[in-house]
Ligand binder design. Structure first.
Ligand code: SF4
Ligand code: SF4
Length: 299
């Protein structure tokens, strides 16, 4: 894979590993978590996001669309069925009400962007984090990028949902990773399948393998989603699992509803039972109690 589809590049990040980092958000994810905070990155192809409050109803998008998918008569502006994601409408939109999510990068082109902030990485013990979406869905490119970042002497991290081929990951990525931020959502395999579209069997097996690798630091992160992952039964089971696996450090990611608006912008349906307010610190601390003396790491 010589090029990768990238949804976004986030510079000056403080939440995706140590120090000041640049986070590369790969497009495409094998899971379909309804609470995803980056739902615009789920699909493995470019798509168009529409922000209604920016639209001045000029009609330029409809005029340039070769598929007649953009229309002023459509309140969502884009008919997702015929839309090919070509981006002509977004290029024509004068107010950025339409934006193309997903752009291809070659390796050296992406590196040039990432290396711009080398000084910040070096003075803060920061580095580069591969995130998404799911970076392992574009494993070949991710592996080559990690190798080049290692050559440059930069700290590397990857955020992953854990659903990948272990052998491919071990060959392509593992040797050039310093830190893996490993998401763990649900203990029950059927519940995991119902909510995300996949069982957790491979995810748990990969976590066990990863924890046995001494050269890479692993931080398990659990998203706290009211009514989904943040239930007494699930959190108690995940805490017990981590203890069994000898995990000493963990992170809890408090729910926030930012992903809901982003999902609507790319025409993705939103579950009505997801909370529209964020989780408070005291709520998060309630869930921390399940993890006993294990070291909590702030996300
Ligand atoms: S991305 Fe292309 S096909 Fe889709 S609505 Fe815009 S112009 Fe039409
Ligand atoms: S081009 Fe942009 S501002 Fe004009 S109608 Fe389309 S979405 Fe609205």
């Amino acid at each position: 894979m010589t090029r990768a589809l990238i949804g976004n590049i986030g510079r000056y990040s403080l939440h995706d590993g140590p120090g000041i980092r640049t986070t590369v958000f790969f497009k495409g994810c094998p899971l379909r978590c309804p609470w995803c905070h980056n739902p615009e990155l789920m699909r493995p192809e470019p798509e168009i996001a529409f922000t209604a409050r920016r639209c001045m109803a000029c009609g330029d998008c409809a005029r340039v669309c070769p598929e007649q998918a953009a229309s002023l008569a459509n309140g969502d502006r884009i008919d997702r069925g015929p839309c090919t994601g070509c981006g002509l409408c977004a290029d024509a939109c004068p107010t950025r009400a339409l934006e193309r999510v997903g752009r291809e990068y070659g390796l050296e082109e992406l590196l040039e962007v990432l290396l711009r902030d080398r000084l910040y990485y070096e003075t803060s013990n920061g580095g580069i984090t591969l995130s998404g979406g799911e970076p392992t869905l574009q494993m070949g490119f991710a592996g080559r990028l990690l190798a080049r970042l290692r050559q440059e002497g930069l700290h590397t991290a990857m955020e992953t949902c854990g659903l990948f081929s272990w052998d491919t990951f071990a060959t392509a990525c593992l040797g050039n990773l310093d830190l893996v931020l490993y998401d763990l959502k649900l203990a029950d395999p059927q519940h995991h399948r119902r909510l995300t579209g996949h069982s957790n069997g491979i995810i748990l097996a990969n976590l066990v393998r990863l924890l046995a690798v001494e050269s890479v630091e692993v931080l398990v992160r659990i998203p706290l989603i009211p009514g989904c992952t943040a239930t007494d039964d699930n959190i108690a089971r995940l805490a017990a699992l981590l203890r069994t696996l000898g995990v000493r450090r963990y992170s809890l990611l408090p729910y926030h509803p930012w992903g809901l608006a982003k999902a609507r912008r790319v025409g993705r349906p939103v579950r009505a039972d997801l909370a529209t307010t964020g989780m408070t610190t005291s709520e998060r601390k309630r869930w921390q109690r399940y993890f006993g003396s294990m070291e909590f790491v702030a996300p």
